[in-house]
Design a protein around this ligand. Structure first.
Ligand code: 5GP
Length: 114
């Protein structure tokens, strides 16, 4: 059996993190190394999908849930505008192979990120 991902260990409360939302299928945490004023990760509780391509092919409804939760969180933590990033593959910077969406928000254009 492969080792549990860092996100599965956070969900199991084995590693501390600020969990900002939780639904039946998803949870969201603050990124430990924020790249924007608001930087959250929306993560399926199930670790079965490595990346967004696998997720979209197998469970597009769950992908839509990720977008909806990202939108809610951007409204709660910033002004509602947000950028949604999925790194897919090591060559694109993916380091955790348990699919997750980066939700970046909060004055991105003033930060030169817009
Ligand atoms: P990736 O590079 O795979 O797209 O994104 C992984 C993200 O997870 C990175 O932005 C990284 O900062 C974040 N991360 C890695 N380990 C931890 C952790 O233990 N706690 C939290 N809160 N975030 C983490």
């Amino acid at each position: 059996m492969s080792e549990a991902s860092v996100f599965s260990r956070i969900l199991a409360r084995e590693i501390p993190a600020e969990i900002v939302a939780e639904t039946d299928t998803l949870f969201a945490i603050r990124d430990i190394a924020p790249q924007a004023p608001v930087h959250l990760l929306v993560i399926p509780k199930s670790a079965e999908y490595r990346d967004v391509t696998e997720l979209a092919a197998t469970d597009p409804a769950l992908l839509a849930e990720i977008v909806a939760l990202a939108s809610e969180l951007a409204a709660q933590h910033a002004d509602g505008d947000f950028r949604l990033v999925f790194n897919s593959g090591a060559g694109a910077g993916q380091t955790v192979f348990h699919v997750h969406a980066h939700v970046l928000a909060g004055g991105l254009s003033e930060q030169g990120l817009g």
